[in-house]
Design a protein around this ligand. Structure first.
Ligand code: SER
Length: 621
């Protein structure tokens, strides 16, 4: 089955069950201080899972572009990717288990025509705070029975502890920060066949295989999270005011299951990219493990890079830009190892185009000037890194033994990834001080993991007072820039932490200090005026008509929420003009109710973010 058909069938199936389709949010979330990327469909929906009313209703469905930076090192096997599409449906305090489980079973077995005998499920076994999910066990038993299958516990239905069958953005209950929503989940696994469990790494050789055994026989294709709890400051879990369903299933994996082929890189979501890599290298995908793994890494990383670049991101040395740079450089290293006489940047451009064609009409217009033009961002970074690669290799060849310290120097001076130094040294027959090297490598990995983990500390649940105030100040700042400097200024990116706000805006030159002073004064004036902040829901066209600012690269549903600051109260917001408010933005919130609570606003820094984009940092005290 073509992946486009699976995506379409999923959306249509849930629309038939009364769901409203919402567009995919960008993979680089705006106004979310806690995370660099959207890593699941629920992430942009957190305020609604916590109880805020969603403008289009309480049953939602979509396909969400997702990126998991923490999975970079995992890519190379048959099923892990950093970029993936998550098919999702949500009940915001509406239906619950007895609707969701039959629906997903019907979707998988009816719409996708997966054989129910090939499906296995898992549910939460319970702990001190939350009981065993007997309701889901009962529902699954009935569903399988109706399909002619006697589903016994421990044979078709498995129970697992929180490590496996609890979902929150931070994992098990003990890892959830206060405010974070989560709950027990029920997963569906597709069985690719016993023989896959028989390779040497399998524990299936010695004991009965089970869905979570990771030997490659089973693949998780669907996850229904019963999101009904919220972590409290005292460490306990409290029932949310509403019981939600948060379903997510990887499109790539569903496509693999329908093809009865456990390798997601063989699906039409990757095959055109792999073809380019085969032509370039003259090697055949699937014939030798190392080359196959290299092709998977290149295909995944360049695909993720194409998505990021098309959301306006440039390779850089910090935050999202650094991840983009790392993806491209890692792909170049793998292209180098794969071998091939052609130009790496030309290959990059071909892969970029192949990604455009795979998602044509869904996320890209692969023949548009905009898409074609951005290809350069990728090819320039490839060319830049090739030079670094040359210099680093020359440096490497000066040493007979490559110690951990030399590898670290190479990392510092040339941005040479650890694995590259290691693999190149081995390739050239140099001695590698393996122990020291691996020690350094482990330290480095632990550091980058904890840095990544730090980004996931609270998601939108981090509705701390400080963050909320900065978010409102952010709106005041954008409006002030437009009103005082240039009405065509647009927001190009945003990031808010509890300490400061950051905004990227389109502007062709450095702001003068007088301009920045004027803007700062204007924001402080608006704070003193203690303007009311009003949230209004309206149709998207109306929001556009009244001049509300949109976030760059974001698609919006038909009904949106707009935050207006200083709205003239005698005016109907849906017929307002820019003279009737100080600021209006498409935004999910949260915000303060009156600007007077913000305190004193200061712009602390201004610099270039990329060509034509300036970056401002500001604080409140
Ligand atoms: N949030 C869950 C996941 O990411 C289900 O959508 O798996």
């Amino acid at each position: 089955m073509r992946s486009a058909d699976i995506r379409k069938k999923f959306i249509e199936f849930y629309v038939t069950q009364g769901h409203a389709e919402i567009p995919s949010a960008p993979i680089m979330p705006m106004n979310d201080p806690s995370t660099l990327f959207t890593s699941s469909g629920m992430q942009p929906l957190v305020p609604y899972l916590l109880g805020q009313k969603h403008p289009v209703g309480n049953r939602l469905v979509n396909s969400q572009k997702s990126f998991r930076a923490q999975d970079i090192e995992e890519v190379g096997d048959n099923r892990h990717t950093t970029f993936f599409e998550m098919l999702g449906n949500w009940s915001l305090g509406d239906y619950f288990k007895k609707e969701q489980l039959p629906w997903i079973f019907t979707f998988l077995t009816g719409e996708l025509e997966l054989d129910p005998k090939r499906l296995y499920v898992s549910v939460f076994e319970g702990n001190d705070a939350v009981p065993k999910d007997t309701e889901s066990i009962h529902i699954w038993t009935t569903l399988f029975r109706e399909a002619g299958i006697e589903a016994k516990l421990g044979e078709r239905i498995f129970t697992y502890p929180a490590k496996k069958n609890w979902w929150s953005r931070s994992g098990e209950p003990e890892k959830m920060p206060p405010g974070e929503p989560g709950g027990p989940d029920s997963e569906v696994f597709f069985d690719f066949g016993m023989e896959l469990g028989l390779h040497e790494k399998s524990i299936y050789k010695d004991e009965v295989c089970h869905p979570n055994c990771d030997c490659g026989r089973f693949m998780e294709i669907a996850n229904s999270v019963f999101m009904q709890y919220q972590k409290q400051v005292d460490g306990t879990l409290k029932e949310l005011s509403q019981k939600n369903v948060d379903f997510g299933g990887g499109l790539e994996r569903m496509a693999a299951a329908t093809a009865d082929d456990p390798d997601v890189f063989n699906t039409d979501l990757f095959a055109p990219i792999i073809k380019n890599l085969e032509t370039f290298s003259g090697k055949k995908y699937g014939s030798a493990l190392q080359e196959t793994q290299a092709m998977r890494v290149i295909a995944d990383h360049l695909k993720a890079a194409t998505f990021m670049i098309n959301e306006g991101l440039f390779p850089g040395n910090k935050q999202q830009g650094y991840i983009l740079r790392r993806l491209i450089r890692r792909a170049v290293v793998k292209i180098h190892q794969l071998g091939g006489a052609g130009s790496k940047s030309e290959l990059g451009a071909k892969v970029y185009q192949a990604v455009g064609e795979i998602y044509d009409g869904v996320y890209f217009s692969s023949q548009s000037q905009e898409f074609l033009g951005l290809s350069q961002v990728l090819t320039e970074e490839i060319v830049r890194f090739e030079k670094v690669l040359k210099k680093g290799m020359a440096e490497l060849s000066k040493h007979e033994t490559i110690s951990g310290t030399i590898a670290f120097d190479l990392l510092q001076s040339f941005g040479f990834p650890w694995e590259l130094t290691y693999e190149l040294a081995l390739e050239k027959g140099q001695q590698v001080d393996r122990d020291e090297f691996q020690n350094e490598f482990r330290k480095h990995q632990a550091l980058s993991r904890s840095a990544a983990a730090g980004m996931f500390k609270g998601g939108l649940a981090d509705h701390s007072e400080a963050t909320t105030k900065l978010h409102t100040a952010h709106h005041l700042l954008l409006a002030s820039l437009q009103q005082l400097i240039d009405p065509t200024i647009k927001q190009r990116g945003s990031n808010i932490t509890a300490e400061r706000l950051r905004i990227d805006v389109s502007f062709g030159r450095k702001f003068t200090s007088e301009e920045l002073q004027k803007v700062e004064d204007m924001v402080n004036k608006k704070i003193k005026e203690n303007l009311k902040v009003t949230r209004v829901e309206m149709p998207k066209e109306v929001a556009e008509k009244i001049g509300a600012q949109m976030e760059f690269g974001t698609k919006y549903p038909d009904r949106v929420s707009v935050y207006m600051v200083g709205l003239n109260e005698s005016i109907d917001p849906t017929s307002a003009t820019s003279a009737d408010y100080f600021s209006a933005e498409f935004c999910g919130g949260p915000h303060v109710s009156f600007t007077g609570t913000l305190g004193h606003f200061t712009i602390v820094k201004e610099d270039a973010s990329s060509a034509g984009v300036r970056r401002l940092y500001a604080k409140l005290a």
